[in-house]
Design a protein around this ligand. Sequence first.
Ligand SMILES: [Zn+2]
Length: 235
Amino acid sequence: MELPNQHARPEEYITSDEEERRRQDYEINSYYERSDPQSYDLEGDGVEARVTYEGSANIILVNSGLRDADDDDPDGFALCMECNRWLTSEDQIESHTDEDDSECYANASEEAIKRDIELFSEGQHDTVTLTSPLPADIEPQRAEEFYRTLKETVYQGILVSFDLDEEEIGTFVKPATGEHGQVTTVFYETSDGGAGVLHSLMDETRFRQVARETQTVLHGDPDDEGAASGPVTSV
Ligand SMILES: [Zn+2]
């Protein structure tokens, strides 16, 4: 279900059950519907990477509910179709549909509760991807760790280079579909339309500056003698 417009109201206090829930994370997955991006190959010291850019690319975020839901809690979200209240636990569903003492003003029955709802939102965002094969000196079982590190450090490199806050750029990894590597890292401007900073990464020189910032994030100033080198530094 596409995330509908919501009505919220401030609560004077919350129950300990709700407080516990508030600390939990939601399971959110991001998707990039690639259509026709511009691209170029970045060649470095033993590492090749494919860089793509697409203006107004379709980015979809899917919220599948609480990450650490109890076994007896519903998968995804549950919604009362009679009164439009969200219900997040079996206890809530039970008291909401209690025949004698329903918390639903419309006296919803069990059948009126729609379960297993995943919520999605969709937007058009300037998007850059970086795809590279796993460097030969990284063992395959460390691939996930490698790509997670690559994503985080290039992300920090972009934020530092363009003087941006974390709210302005989103990032996630996805399986790669082409011949350039097994994992693609996606960066997108979170505001619709965007400020155009990611577009400037189609200038290879600009991307190399980001790579330098990334090196600094990892190891300190890359011009320092004795600075350690790692796979990311050779992009
Ligand atoms: Zn209801």
